[in-house]
Write a protein that binds this ligand. Structure first.
Ligand code: CUA
Length: 326
């Protein structure tokens, strides 16, 4: 009877996790779903017993006439012990179960692949040991990965729903989170800390690939420096997150103005003046975003300054790329 019930609960557990939860990308995700499913099922059973019992007693012991006498009952020790001890056992079980999973989640594995992930308004930048910078996070499958988080400006929060992990990125200190992805594929990374106007677009992908593909990707990315200048610029445009605010394929405005077919034309500023969209204009806009605000855009500009964050060569590559958008 008891084992039958346990089996039925486990089956229901799978159904709960399969229906309401995102894909399980790690073993920890499966464990969390099992615990969560157990909590939901226990809550439903308790609710049914409580509400069902209440309705049953309300009907059975309803006062039927003016002199309908009901026995005066003060208490029942056996019942009271039962309904205290059984929930206590369930609560302690949930506590122990949760503690074991949480302990595993918070104990950083030794020999993990370390990736530095920096959050900023409004993008994630991953940095690998060999110097590769990427706006998407690429990791090998079945390997412990430790994400070392930092923030360049405000509080952000690194959240991978499919892995059931979430960790704040706090300015002025490092935080860390780890996972071991068991499934190949692409998973979403969200920011779950309201961090400004484009908080909701602070999204990137976490790609889980085979170890061989990962090694290949690292080498290809590290050879970006050998690419033609405009292609290199296109790369930086992605990895430095310019792309999260500036459109390049058409004139549609994202957070910032579109850069499509702007080169060489006159650009109207918020004070009504006109400037030519050339090398110096783009350069100044990247390094001193407040100096050049296009007409119709928020003042002060939400764009962070890239002063000191881009080398002259990187700056030139980005400018060359924007030139080619005509
Ligand atoms: Cu970063 Cu919200």
């Amino acid at each position: 009877m008891a084992s039958g019930m346990l089996f039925a609960m486990l089956l229901m557990n799978k159904a709960v996790a399969g229906t309401f939860m995102p894909e399980q990308g790690t073993d920890i995700a499966r464990q969390i779903d099992d615990l969560y499913g157990f909590l939901i099922i226990v809550s439903f059973i308790s609710c049914a017993i409580l509400i069902g019992g209440m309705i049953y007693f309300a009907m059975k012991y309803k006062r039927k006439s003016a002199n309908d006498k009901t026995a005066y009952i003060t208490h029942d020790t056996r019942l009271e012990v039962l309904w205290s001890v059984i929930p206590l056992i369930i609560f302690l079980l949930v506590f122990a179960w949760g503690w074991i999973i949480f302990h595993d989640m918070r104990t950083m594995p030794k020999n993990a692949l370390e990736i530095q992930v920096t959050a900023k308004q409004w993008a994630w930048v991953a940095e690998y040991k060999n110097g590769v910078r990427s706006s998407e996070i690429v990791v090998p499958v079945n390997k412990d990965v430790k994400i070392l988080l930092a923030s360049e400006d405000v509080l952000h929060s690194f959240y991978v729903p499919s892995f059931r992990i979430k960790q704040d990125a706090v300015p002025g200190r490092y935080t860390a989170v780890w996972f071991n992805a068991t499934k190949l594929g692409e998973f979403y990374v969200f920011c779950t800390e309201l961090c400004g106007t484009s908080h909701s677009s602070m999204v990137t992908k976490l790609k889980v690939v085979s170890q061989a593909d990962f090694d290949k990707w690292l080498i290809t990315e590290s050879e970006v420096g050998l690419l033609p200048i405009a292609q290199r610029g296109a790369k930086y445009f992605q990895t430095r997150a310019c792309a999260s605010c500036h459109n390049v394929n058409d004139a549609v405005v994202k957070v910032g103005p579109s850069l499509y077919q702007r080169w060489g034309k006159a650009s109207v500023q918020s004070d009504g003046s006109k400037v030519i969209f050339d090398e110096n204009h783009v350069r100044e806009s990247i390094l001193l975003p407040q100096a050049n605000i296009s007409a119709g855009f928020a003042k002060p500009s939400p764009m962070p300054s890239f002063q000191g964050q881009l080398s002259e060569s990187e700056l030139a590559a980005i400018i060359e790329y924007i030139k080619g958008l005509n």
